[in-house]
Design a protein around this ligand. Structure first.
Ligand code: MN
Length: 240
């Protein structure tokens, strides 16, 4: 049996190829998995579980069909879909995971994270993150109408893109000290995350020896998946 881990699909109605690949994945390979972990940015935006957009309904239905088939699925928030809540979890029968979480994958303790919290060089982003993860801020946002939330998100995206053009690539990657520190804190030799859209397997030098950081890729032009079985993990592309 294989455990599947994915992130950063950035599903949105205007990019149908990504959604079609995800639907095929859910109805195909995922049905044979022992579990599916989705580590954030499944959706390019999520303005609340009450969003009536039919595209989201299609995706939720497909995920529910997977969990109904007996495959447990887990979701961790990304920086785009951090407003996914308990209603989504109930509709899809997906279990929400804290970021970070330690899980046992075929006898190996692995620390899972979306990855944005590790990008500590971007102080401005970390301020935004702290604000938007505050339950009071989320309650204030969810009290607005869907149209108001959409307008807010459009402006937030513009601000973010304006910043993205001016800051260096290195600032958008994880900070190595943050990586080492969280791995030591949780006592793991393997960290798996997404967010940076830089799929790779990295060595990490910890005081006790060499550890591993696995980075999932985005689904913009092809799928990206970590397949983990009794032999260990494989980070692979899924062409389409
Ligand atoms: Mn992200």
């Amino acid at each position: 049996m294989t455990t599947l881990l994915i992130s950063d699909l950035h599903l949105e109605a205007s990019q149908p190829a990504i959604g079609e690949q995800f639907l095929s994945f859910l109805a195909g390979e995922a049905r044979q998995a022992d579990a599916l972990y989705i580590l954030g940015d499944l959706f390019d935006a999520w303005l609340g579980d009450d969003d009536p957009n039919p595209y989201y309904k299609t995706m939720k239905t497909a995920m529910r069909q997977l969990t109904d088939s007996g495959v447990p699925a887990y979701f961790m928030h990304g920086n785009r879909d951090f407003m996914i809540g308990e209603a989504f979890a109930a509709e899809t029968d997906i279990t929400l995971l804290d970021d970070p979480s330690v899980v046992d994958l075929h006898g190996h303790r692995v620390l899972l994270s979306h990855g944005d919290a590790l990008c500590t060089d971007d102080a401005h982003y970390q301020q935004v993150r702290a604000m938007t993860r505050d339950p009071d801020w989320q309650a204030m946002m969810l009290a607005k109408s869907i149209d108001e939330r959409i307008a807010f998100a459009v402006q937030a995206r513009k601000d973010s893109m304006a910043r993205g053009e001016t800051i260096s690539n290195d600032i958008m990657d994880v900070n190595q000290d943050a990586v080492k520190s969280i791995m030591l804190e949780y006592g793991v030799d393997t960290l798996l995350h997404g967010h940076t859209h830089r799929p790779a397997v990295h060595d990490v030098e910890l005081p006790d020896g060499l550890a591993t950081r696995i980075v999932l890729g985005d689904w913009y032009d092809q799928g990206s998946v970590a397949r983990w079985n009794a032999d260990g993990p494989r980070l692979e592309k899924m062409p389409r």
